[in-house]
Every structure is written in C-alpha cells, then in structure tokens.
Design a protein around this ligand. Structure first.
Ligand code: MN
Length: 304
C-alpha cells in the first residue's frame, strides 16, 4: 500500500484581533511543511458572519510568497500596496505575489452573510523570492467530467483545462465537485505530489478515507488519482499539487525567508514603514508584528 494517501488533520487556529474567526489549518504542520510549493492551507467556514463578525484583516505585510484566496461563499474586498482593489468572489482566483514585499487588507463585504473558503500560500523559489509585487485575477470555467464531477482549474493544468495564471514553480490548484456516490479517475502529473483538502463530504482518495477538513497527501510517482464520494450528498474539495520543493524555508508570521536574519530584516522593515508600501482606502491602523522568538528560527524543508 505504498501508494496510499497520508492523512493530515486540521488544528483550529483563532485569527485573533477584534473578530472571532477561527480557521482550520492543515499546512504547515509537524508532519509536513510543503506540498509542492504550497506551504500554507487555512480552511474556514461556513461561518455565520452575524455571529463571527466576518473577516477584517488590517494592513499587514508579506514577503517571499504568493497568497491565493478562493471562496465557496461570501465576498471579500482586497486592497494592496500595488494599488489593487478587487472583490474576491466564489469561483474566482485572486493570486497576490508578495515577492520582495507587499502589504494588503482583506475585509468581508457588508452583504456577506456566510463566509466560507480557503486561504493558501505558495513559497517562492530562492531566485524569485524578491520578485516585483503583483496581483492576478482569473475566473476558470467549470468543466464537467465523466463520472459525475465538475472541475475548476485555477492554477496549472488538469483534465484538459489549463489556467493562464503565471507561477514561479509548476503548480496545480483546482476545485472539484463530486455528485453523490460519484467516482472519478484523473490523470495527474506523476512528478507532482498532491494534497486534497475535503471541504464537504467523506472522500476516498487512492483507497484512503478522508473526512471533512482533512488534507490527504499523495507522494510523487502516481499517474492517476481516483476519488470517490462516499456520501449521498454532493462533495467538494480542493486539489493542490506540484513537484517537491527542495529548498528549506523559514516561515514566521507573514514572512518566508531562508534564514532567521531574513525574517528579522523583514520584521524591522515592516515596523519602520519601509519595503512593503502602503494600502490606501482602509480605515484603520496597520497590524504590528509580534515579537521575534528568543531562540533563532530554524529552516524547515519537506523532510524533517
Ligand atoms: Mn495576508
């Protein structure tokens, strides 16, 4: 059973601040830091905004990574220091490249009653981690598949659908819907490792059962991926993939670097108001960075 999936369970993380929003984090965790260049998977909702207060993230910085916002329901207003102002809506990809440095805000709109989606990060390879800040928007056309499935490819290629969005390493990102009891077999890149986040339903991935909010991991070396919806209700999941990312990274707060010194520099640049630019149109103060830990941050790679 060497081709069975490994099950990564989520831990609840309160986002803090004035809002009560809690997310389910499956990456990074002790057992795994990366899947391809995907290095951060936060899954939230469906949250009743009337009780949680929704999302209101004040200006904060990023470096060395890209952020992917993907919603199942609700709407988020995005502003960044590149001057981008965009509405994040269900089924639409919003990919922000932090590169050397960007800052942004994310606020759920007043019309949002239920907030439900994922926030994902992609680590930039060393030679591109100081790239220019950038923002890309793309609306994939959902493609029906044999077996009772529907696929929306927002990054990379799968089942004949290809996203035009530029990435710095080969990546796959897709939303997949499975009809009740549906079973689908996808031809996947055997050089990729894959992660399947279950949003809704009980899924069997390569023979391994996955429950809601779990992330199934499949190592490289598999050319097909078979998924089954074991329930009588529609199922929804996010499929991520990429070739193993062989660089070690240091992740801390909203930064990715290669060393403790990289992170300390980014923190200092944020606190002194340099490097990350300014977000216009947000009513509120920027988020201060937390204190650095007293012990040096250590690089982590795909193997520990
Ligand atoms: Mn952010």
């Amino acid at each position: 059973m060497s081709d069975a999936a490994e099950v990564l369970t989520a831990r609840d993380v309160p986002l803090g601040g004035p809002r009560a929003m809690t997310v389910r984090r499956t990456l990074p965790q002790r057992a795994r830091t990366l899947i391809g260049a995907w290095c951060f998977v936060d899954h939230y909702g469906p949250d009743d905004v009337a009780s949680t207060g929704g999302m209101d993230v004040a200006p904060h910085p990023h470096t060395g990574l890209q952020t992917v916002s993907w919603l199942f329901s609700g709407e988020i207003e995005h502003r960044d220091s590149l001057g981008s102002h965009a509405m994040v809506r269900p089924g639409e990809l919003n990919l922000m490249t932090g590169g050397h440095g960007i800052s942004h805000t994310e606020v759920s709109t007043p019309d949002t009653t239920v907030l439900h989606g994922v926030q994902l990060w992609v680590a930039l390879p060393d030679r591109h981690r100081h790239a220019d800040r950038d923002f890309q928007h793309y609306v994939p056309k959902p493609v029906p598949l044999d077996g009772g499935a529907e696929l929306s490819v927002f990054l990379g290629s799968l089942a004949g659908a290809t996203s035009p969005v530029r990435t710095f390493t080969p990546l796959l990102g897709a939303e997949l819907l499975l009809a009740p009891r549906a079973r689908v077999t996808l031809a996947v890149d055997s050089e990729f490792e894959h992660g399947l986040l279950v949003d809704q339903g009980d899924i069997t991935m390569a023979g391994t059962p996955l429950r809601q909010a779990e992330l199934g991991y499949l190592a490289p070396g598999t050319a097909t991926l078979t998924l089954t919806n074991e329930t009588d209700a529609p199922a929804r999941m996010i499929l991520l993939g990429g070739p193993p990312f062989d660089e070690e990274i240091v992740m801390w707060w909203n930064f990715i670097g290669r060393s403790h010194a990289d992170i300390a520099q980014a923190r200092s640049d944020w606190m002194t108001g340099t490097r990350f630019g300014e977000v216009r149109g947000y009513d509120g103060e920027p988020l201060p960075a937390p204190e650095l830990p007293s012990v040096p941050l250590k690089p982590r790679g795909r193997m520990r």
